[in-house]
Ligand binder design. Structure first.
Ligand SMILES: [Fe+2]
Ligand SMILES: [Fe+2]
Length: 264
């Protein structure tokens, strides 16, 4: 049987595949944490009011990185090096999506457009993160080791997504609509391609670790290509449109980060 649940169950049950999964996740989260911390530090004077939310966003991502590392430690596993072809954050940056690390490493203040570019990048990548966590939540919310981590990260990613919608709508009202729409479209197109490539690379590694048959690997690859085709045609819209958050998710990053003492 080939379902998302059985696939993840298999990855979670095997030490080597679990180790790779958590290492990739931890590294992506920590990179996100670093990026947001730099963006918060470089926010231009006129956008200072946004800085605490960007800091909170970064603190959440860092916390997620620590949670994935804690899950590894709990099983007595060390993180492994992340294969470059599975490094989603780095591959997106290489495509020119979001803000270049060179810019974030420098000490020049960002422009308003840079801040919007960051928010558009977040709008698209947080959609992916929120959907992936929702899928894990559906199947692993009651898992003895993963449940708590999955519930916490999933709630945070929903907050991040709501926040990027809300702030982009604010910039749209301030007259930045055309730039936002163009950036969201470009970002969504690049993201679905990078997501496909990373999924194929991760599944190839998992297949090797778990000894999957050629037929099983081929079936999974076909599924990834089919998802990509659907996202190109129709699914891209869900990443490039804006809507106000529901009341419960309004000003989602307005307070301090929730600590995760028991998991991290
Ligand atoms: Fe995250
Ligand atoms: Fe996030």
């Amino acid at each position: 049987m080939l379902s998302a649940k059985s696939l993840f169950q298999e990855i979670v049950d095997n030490d080597e595949s679990f180790r790779l999964f958590c290492s990739i996740a931890a590294s992506g989260e920590s990179q996100g944490g670093w990026e947001n911390a730099r963006i918060a530090a470089l926010v231009p004077e006129s956008e200072r009011a946004l800085a605490p939310k960007i800091t909170r966003h970064g603190a959440d991502e860092d916390k997620h990185g620590r949670i994935f590392n804690a899950l590894l430690r709990k099983r007595g596993l060390e993180p492994v090096e992340v294969p470059p072809e599975t490094d989603y954050t780095m591959l997106l940056e290489r495509q020119g999506i979001g803000l270049a690390h060179e810019k974030l490493g420098a000490d020049q203040p960002l422009t308003v457009r840079d801040v919007i570019t960051y928010l558009a990048h977040s709008r698209v990548t947080e959609q992916r993160a929120a959907e992936q966590m929702a899928m894990l939540l559906k199947h692993f919310a009651d898992h003895p080791d993963l449940g708590r981590a999955v519930r916490m990260i999933s709630a945070d990613e929903d907050n991040h997504l709501a926040y990027s919608h809300e702030e982009l709508l604010r910039y749209t009202a301030a007259g930045h609509g055309p730039y936002i729409r163009r950036t969201l479209r470009e970002c969504a197109l690049a993201e679905i391609r990078v997501h496909r490539d990373v999924s194929l690379a991760v599944m190839a590694r998992m297949g090797h670790l778990l000894g999957w048959s050629r037929a099983r690997s081929a079936l999974l690859a076909a599924g990834i290509h089919a998802t990509y085709a659907w996202e190109r045609l129709a699914g891209r819209r869900r990443m490039a449109t804006l809507r106000p958050p529901t009341p419960a998710l309004r000003d989602a990053l307005g307070g301090p980060a929730t600590p995760a003492p028991e998991v991290a």
